[in-house]
Design a binder for this molecule. Structure first.
Ligand code: 13P
Ligand code: SF4
Length: 352
């Protein structure tokens, strides 16, 4: 059984938003200008007692700056943990909106800023809180498990929040306790988790506009041209792509696999920003992006998350100066959303 799909007009509006969120990274900047901006951003972070927490999909310059200045570049679970444990009074999140919200939910006493408040996520947009709440009301006997890529309101309705790094393990544990579950919002990840665990999951019908464009058939052709290649796949991808994977995992798990697997050639089915860290951590290996389209086809994202790419150095500097992108969450919702997120962090700690 699956949740009725989003309306056609809702789907069009998500695609439109993605098209409008055109990437700004690196436009018209000389290397000298970039160096100077990076220096300025580093100085501001230290002056403002702020720490930069970045996702692997953002501009490589921001990833490097985060690491150089004592912040972190990480997957969404580690981003949540890092902001919580770091002593800085201000956390600045380079990623998408739900990542900033998660940081604020866990650290309400801190000032949490996002580099770009317009940076959304198609999974979050595709799971409106009121419709999701009504769906949960129809199935009160089910445990509600939601993916981290959701709004604070949706998390407030959940029993558990998970990221892709722990989804299979957590759902398997709940299934072993005879729990039936609602899973939202990513239907591809939900389907993968269901196949891995055999759990009774009722799936919401959301998707990531980036990962759903990877194409199994074209990937299979590429694999035949490079028989020595290992294929690394994020589980937000369609089943036909996951089937061809040597490793399926979260962004951090894929980076680790790139370092550890005995191969010098990798095809990577996730957002292309991750290639920076893979090339940094395994410089002698070759990494190519998996195909997003067959011959003549078009794609909205082409392995490029338009919202992640709205984060850039100039925006970061403007935000550190103006502090006008503070994440604000209604306190009642924050308290309810904190519970399933804290469970996730605790679960992740125990299974690490
Ligand atoms: P990770 O939790 O693997 O970092 O994924 C976040 C995300 O947005 C993937 O598209
Ligand atoms: Fe959301 Fe997909 Fe972008 Fe990740 S890559 S932030 S899931 S739209």
């Amino acid at each position: 059984m699956r949740m009725p799909s989003l309306s056609h007009s809702d789907q069009i509006s998500i695609a439109d938003k993605a098209r409008q969120a055109r990437s700004v990274v690196g436009e018209n900047l000389t290397p000298a200008e970039r160096r100077s901006l990076r220096q300025q951003a580093g100085d501001l972070l230290s002056r403002e007692d702020a720490v930069l927490v970045a996702h692997y999909y953002v501009d490589s310059e921001l990833q490097e700056l985060a690491e150089e200045t004592g912040g972190c570049v990480a997957d969404s679970l580690e981003m949540a943990r890092f902001g919580l444990s770091h002593p800085a009074s201000t956390v600045i999140v380079a990623g998408v909106r739900f990542m900033g919200e998660t940081a604020k939910i866990l650290s309400p006493e801190k000032q949490v800023l996002v580099v770009e408040p317009q940076a959304e996520c198609s999974l979050d947009l595709g799971c409106p809180p009121a419709a999701f709440g009504a769906f949960c009301d129809q199935h009160p006997e089910r445990t509600v498990v939601v993916y981290a890529n959701t709004s604070a309101e949706v998390k407030a309705r959940a029993d558990w929040v998970v990221t892709s790094s722990i989804a299979v393990d957590l759902v398997a544990d709940l299934a072993a306790k005879d729990k039936k579950m609602i899973w939202a919002p990513d239907r591809y990840l939900g389907d993968y988790v269901k196949r891995q665990t055999g759990a009774d999951l009722l799936l919401w019908d959301g998707s990531c506009i980036v990962h759903e464009e990877f194409k199994g058939e074209v990937l299979s052709n590429l694999k035949q041209q490079h028989p020595q290649a290992k294929v690394l796949v994020h589980p937000e991808s369609p089943a036909s792509v996951i089937e061809l994977a040597d490793v399926v995992g979260s962004t951090s798990q894929l980076i680790l696999a790139a370092q550890q697997l005995d191969s010098s050639y990798f095809i990577v089915a996730t957002e292309e920003g991750i290639l920076h860290k893979m090339r940094q951590s395994a410089p002698k290996k070759t990494f190519v992006a998996a195909p997003t389209a067959g011959e003549g086809a078009t794609c909205i994202s082409c392995a490029h998350c338009p919202w992640m790419k709205m984060n850039d150095l100039q925006r970061l500097i403007a935000v550190l100066q103006s502090k006008d992108t503070e994440v604000v969450i209604d306190e009642e919702i924050r308290i309810r959303a904190a519970m399933p997120i804290q469970r996730m962090v605790e679960y992740g700690r125990q299974s690490a």
